[in-house]
Unconditional design. Structure first.
Length: 267
């Protein structure tokens, strides 16, 4: 079975009906290169852009989701690819000390008064940053979940992780944490800022197969010898126009404008 209800993380993000229809057709016709179609529940989110996913990208995305569900790992929230990352430690330090604190100080995050919210970020290992969610339970702060951001030589991924197991939050939350969708949207801006700051380079565009141009057949306009009609000579056209050029003579001059005098009759 397949169900598509937009983005479960935020009601403000929608799914394109064209993308939903395309995914439904691929699932119904079983055109995707995946292991199994049974029991598949898909949550589709549409992003702005003009590039349409190819057949290989659809199959790769479905395989990734099935692998994560079968392995029991945390749900992947965001991923971005780079051409290269010159320094993984520098990139991760920038996320933990610059980007994450600036986002958590915004009104969208700081305005959360009830329930859990992201509180701080720290670098746990080279290339790995954790953003911790805390909640007040019995007047004590408890870690209820976290977002794990991993930086590699070629990309960045963000997954949802568990909280404090001793407080009863050892399993990964199925529902999204409060403010999680805001951080996911800001991660897209962070990937763009990283390329502008020189922390990463842009990925090389994928080379697409060029369409071969079929040359149109050349139509010969030469007529076989013997069937060519002799052309009649055409008179030369002179640039001068008018009757003088064609040899016409001007009529004799006439009195124009002079009054005729009547002869007086003789008496």
């Amino acid at each position: 079975t397949i169900s598509m209800t937009g983005n479960a993380a935020s009601n403000s993000m929608r799914s394109s009906r064209f993308s939903i229809g395309e995914a439904a057709v691929r699932m119904a016709t079983k055109s995707l290169d995946i292991d199994s179609y049974d029991g598949t529940d898909v949550c589709l989110t549409s992003l702005r852009g003009l590039d349409l996913p190819t057949e290989e990208e659809w199959s790769e995305e479905f395989r990734r989701v099935q692998e994560m569900l079968s392995s029991g790992r945390g749900a992947q929230l965001f991923s971005a690819s780079f051409g290269s990352v010159p320094s993984v430690e520098r990139f991760s330090d920038w996320i933990a000390t610059k980007w994450a604190p600036a986002v958590m100080k915004t009104y969208d995050i700081a305005g959360i008064r009830v329930g859990e919210r992201p509180v701080y970020a720290l670098v746990t290992s080279p290339g790995k940053v954790e953003i911790v969610w805390q909640d007040i339970v019995d007047f004590q702060s408890v870690q209820v979940g976290k977002m794990i951001i991993e930086v590699t030589d070629s990309g960045l991924t963000a997954t949802r992780g568990p909280g404090d197991a001793s407080a009863g939050y050892g399993s990964i939350s199925i529902a999204p944490l409060q403010g999680e969708e805001i951080l996911v949207r800001r991660l897209a801006d962070a990937a763009t800022q990283a390329t502008e700051k020189g922390l990463a380079t842009k990925p090389k565009p994928k080379s697409r197969q060029k369409k071969e141009l079929v040359e149109a057949p050349v139509v010969s306009t030469v007529v076989a010898a013997g069937s060519v009609a002799e052309s009649t000579p055409q008179p030369e056209i002179s640039n001068e126009t008018g009757p003088r050029s064609s040899g016409a003579r001007r009529s004799s001059e006439k009195d124009r404008g002079s009054k005729r005098r009547r002869k007086k009759s003789s008496e």
